[in-house]
Design a protein around this ligand. Structure first.
Ligand code: ADP
Ligand code: AMP
Length: 215
C-alpha cells in the first residue's frame, strides 16, 4: 500500500504515522525527518536545506523529489510506504506521479488530516521530540510519563528549532499557499480521504484504519 499523509504542520501526521507503521509494518518516509538528519550530519544537502527550514520555507522541489525517488527504491519500500510531509507542492505531486509510473506503482490513498489553525499553533509550540529516537510528544496534549524523558527509549526531549511561534506562523502561511492546492489535486483523482483531526489521537487512528482497511 502506498499512502500519503497530507495536512498542515501540527495536524498529527507524524503521531499517526508512528502508530500506522507499527500496525501495517510499512516503510516510513518523512521528508522532514530525512532533512533534519542531513542537517544534523552537516552534509552539503543539509546545509542547503537548513537555510529554508529555519525560515519556515520549503526546501526546493528538486532536492526533496530526489530524496523521495531514492528512498522509494530501497528494499523496505517493496511492499509500499507511508509518505509524511511529501508531496507539499503541485510540482512535487506531479513528480511523484511520474516516479511511481516509472516504477509501475501507484498511490492507493491520500489521508488528509484537517485541523483548525488555532489548534495547530498550540500543538506546534508545545511539541517536544526525542533527541534519540524521534518520538513525538506534547507538553499538555500528549506528555511523556516523566517530564522531558522519552517513554520509549529514555532519551531527552527537545523543542524543534522551527517550532517557535514566528516560524510556525510562516509555516502555516506556506502550507496554505503551496500545499493546500493538493487537496483539490487528489480529490480530482478520487484518492482523497479527509479525517477530522481535531479529535483525540486514538479516535483519529481508528478512523484512518477504517479508511485503509477498506482499500
Ligand atoms: P505533524 O507531523 O503533522 O507536524 P505531529 O504528529 O508532530 O504533527 O503533532 C504535532 C503536535 O501535536 C505534537 O506535539 C503531538 O504530540 C500533538 N498532537 C498530535 N495529534 C494530536 C491530537 N489529535 N490532539 C492533540 N495533540 C496532538
Ligand atoms: P516537517 O517535519 O514535515 O514539519 O518538515 C519540516 C521542514 O522541512 C519544512 O518546514 C520544510 O522546510 C522542510 N520540508 C519537509 N518536507 C518537505 C517537502 N516535501 N518539500 C519542501 N520542504 C520540505
Amino acid at each position: 500500500m502506498l499512502i500519503i499523509l497530507l495536512g498542515p504542520p501540527g495536524a498529527g501526521k507524524g503521531t499517526q504515522a508512528e502508530f500506522l507503521v507499527q500496525k501495517y509494518g510499512s516503510a516510513y518516509i518523512s521528508t522532514g525527518e530525512i532533512l533534519r538528519s542531513a542537517v544534523k550530519k552537516g552534509t552539503a544537502m543539509g546545509k542547503q536545506a537548513k537555510q529554508y527550514m529555519d525560515q519556515g520555507q520549503l526546501v526546493p522541489d528538486e532536492v526533496v523529489v530526489g530524496i523521495v525517488q531514492e528512498r522509494l527504491l530501497e528494499p523496505d519500500c517493496g511492499q509500499g510506504a507511508l509518505l509524511d510531509g511529501f508531496p507539499r507542492t503541485v510540482v512535487q505531486a506531479r513528480s511523484l506521479d511520474r516516479v511511481l509510473g516509472e516504477m509501475n506503482s501507484r498511490l492507493d490513498a491520500v489521508v488528509h488530516i484537517a485541523v483548525e489553525e488555532e489548534e495547530l499553533i498550540a500543538r506546534l509550540t508545545g511539541r517536544r521530540v526525542c533527541r534519540d529516537c524521534g518520538a513525538t510528544y506534547h507538553v499538555k496534549f500528549n506528555p511523556p510519563k516523566v517530564r522531558n524523558i522519552c517513554d520509549q527509549c529514555g532519551g531527552e526531549l527537545s523543542q524543534r528549532d522551527d517550532d517557535s511561534l514566528a516560524t510556525v506562523t510562516e509555516r502555516l502561511l506556506v502550507y496554505k499557499k503551496q500545499t493546500e492546492p493538493l487537496i483539490e489535486y487528489y480529490q480530482k483523482r478520487n484518492l482523497l480521504y479527509t479525517i477530522d483531526g481535531n479529535q483525540e489521537i486514538g479516535a483519529i487512528s481508528t478512523q484512518i484504519i477504517t479508511v485503509l482497511d477498506q482499500l
